[in-house]
Design a protein around this ligand. Structure first.
Ligand SMILES: Cc1cc2nc3c(=O)[nH]c(=O)nc-3n(C[C@H](O)[C@H](O)[C@H](O)COP(=O)(O)OP(=O)(O)OC[C@H]3O[C@@H](n4cnc5c(N)ncnc54)[C@H](O)[C@@H]3O)c2cc1C
Length: 395
């Protein structure tokens, strides 16, 4: 059925990035429609993540990730306070055997003018985390935790309350351009607007192609699996411990996080998923997997990181290997102390050269803008991403 309304902006995807963008456009009095293939918002990345409010310390200075994470964290905190969404801001400890890595992160915190970041000696670490095994670390007070599923739901409520339209069960399968209109078709309905914004996460490259673009990246799905520590052992951690990530891989490595509701989570790992929404080993989509493994960027990536990839798979299939990683941070955790919790799948853009695209990536089309890479910390950064997109498209 063809919708009779014409919108200023059509946003594809009711994840945290699509909703943030829609809210910012709505603030500028624009008529916005969000089209989402699922029955409710935030059912993919935005509702299946670690829930960390990132400080911005990890990312290359002046990158989108760095700037938008720092700005986005401020906007997110304001949003959480205004809407009385629970969060905790107790900081995290970043650890590494290599003291130089810690020092260089410390230097970066100074150049980013982050207050209160400090190097902790062993006795100071033990004061914060008496059960940890770590001997040196950096305390980053700006980090916190929140439930992004609640944030996403709240954003959708505000958007609707302010007169915004969200249509669920609308999987977009065709996009076309007429004289001054963008026509967007789902399997059942047709919508029209002046401008299209693609925030389709795990399918953003596909949607860009529907709009006639030839993105030089493909979304490769990397599953992140988690375990939760049983309640009897939850006293082992007070807050968050993160190893410093490999600078070549945009995943932060298995970390320990006390969630906003007080549970201790270990994870996520990063395992190649056999479907874009492959939340478990048994969820396999043959055509999507063939597309992934025959993509030249993936073949090159596979050659570079074959050992890392196999290690991740081994740890995924072998719980005791996962437990060993956890014990590197806090000893005394056994296999029976950890229970599985639902996994998430990262939408990670990979270039044709076989590089994991590190920064957020945006590409413009004809009266359209496509978000082609918005992995972590895009939940923290979401409101700043929305602000950035709005500033671009409103001009
Ligand atoms: C395991 C994991 C841990 C993470 N941890 C953190 C963290 O601690 N902190 C942080 O800041 N970030 C974290 N992130 C990153 C963060 O969750 C994502 O960057 C963010 O949620 C991306 O939001 P999005 O709106 O772009 O994507 P999504 O939430 O995936 O939303 C995209 C939406 O588009 C819809 N869609 C797709 N195709 C179509 C179509 N054809 N038609 C209609 N709708 C469509 C989907 O159904 C989906 O609802 C993590 C991510 C993962 C996976």
């Amino acid at each position: 059925m063809k919708s009779s309304k014409k919108f200023d902006y059509i946003v594809i995807g009711a994840g945290i990035v699509g909703l943030s963008t829609a809210l910012k456009l709505q603030e500028a009095n624009k008529k916005v429609l969000i089209l989402e293939k699922e029955k409710s918002p935030g059912l993919h990345q935005s509702g299946r993540n670690s829930g960390v409010l990132h400080s911005g310390i990890y990312y290359k200075p002046n990158s989108f990730k760095s700037n938008l994470c720092i700005r986005g964290r401020e906007l997110m905190l304001e949003f959480l306070r205004t809407n009385e969404i629970p969060y905790r801001l107790e900081g995290k400890i970043v650890v590494d055997q290599d003291v130089d890595k810690i020092l260089s992160l410390f230097e970066r915190s100074k150049s980013l003018e982050m207050n209160g970041v400090k190097i902790l000696e062993k006795h100071q670490l033990l004061e914060k985390e008496p059960n940890s095994k770590i001997s040196q670390g950096l305390f980053v007070p700006q980090a916190g935790v929140v439930n992004y599923k609640i944030v996403t739901n709240t954003m959708s409520e505000i958007f609707k309350k302010n007169g915004g339209d969200i249509e669920y069960f609308q999987e977009i399968v065709n996009i076309s351009d007429n004289a001054d209109t963008k026509t967007v078709e789902s399997k059942k309905d047709i919508f029209s607007g002046d401008f299209l914004i693609n925030c389709a996460g795990l399918f953003s490259d596909k949607v860009a192609k529907l709009d006639g673009l030839f993105p030089k990246v493909k979304i490769i799905p990397f599953r992140g699996e988690y375990y939760e520590l049983i309640t009897e052992k939850s006293h082992l951690l007070n807050n968050m411990i993160y190893p410093i990530a490999d600078p070549d891989l945009p995943f932060l490595g298995i970390h320990l996080t006390k969630t906003v509701d007080g549970k201790i989570e270990a994870g996520p790992n990063a395992v190649l998923a056999f479907a874009r929404e492959g939340y478990s080993w048994s969820k396999i989509n043959v055509s999507q997997t063939l597309e992934t493994i025959t993509y030249k960027g993936m073949i090159k990536l596979g050659r570079k990181y074959i050992k890392t990839g196999l290690d991740e798979m081994y740890r995924s299939l072998n719980k005791s290997a996962f437990v060993q990683e956890v014990n590197k941070l806090i000893p005394g955790v056994t296999s029976s102390d950890l229970i599985k919790r639902p996994a998430g799948v990262r939408a990670q853009a990979v270039s044709e050269n076989g590089d994991l695209v590190d920064d957020f990536l945006f590409e413009e089309g004809n009266r359209s803008l496509h978000v082609l890479n918005a992995p972590s910390p895009a939940a923290t950064a979401s409101l700043a991403i929305g602000e950035y997109i709005a500033s671009k498209v409103l001009n």
